[in-house]
Design a protein. Structure first.
Length: 58
């Protein structure tokens, strides 16, 4: 299941410019994959353009 979540997150990451990162966390009941803006430029880009949401929706 973790590989499926990471696949979705990495597909979104491939549509984004530099400065974004994918992380995964395994909890007791579910797995979460996260696309995160790491750099200042990426955070600003995401705030102005909603880049992560657009990349996830495809």
């Amino acid at each position: 299941m973790k590989s499926i979540c990471m696949n979705y997150a990495n597909n979104a990451l491939s549509r984004l410019p530099d400065g974004y990162e994918v992380t995964a966390h395994t909890g007791t009941n579910r797995v979460n994959a996260e696309v995160k803006a790491e750099t200042f430029a990426a955070r600003r880009d995401n705030l102005k353009n909603n880049s992560i949401l657009k990349a996830v929706k495809g």
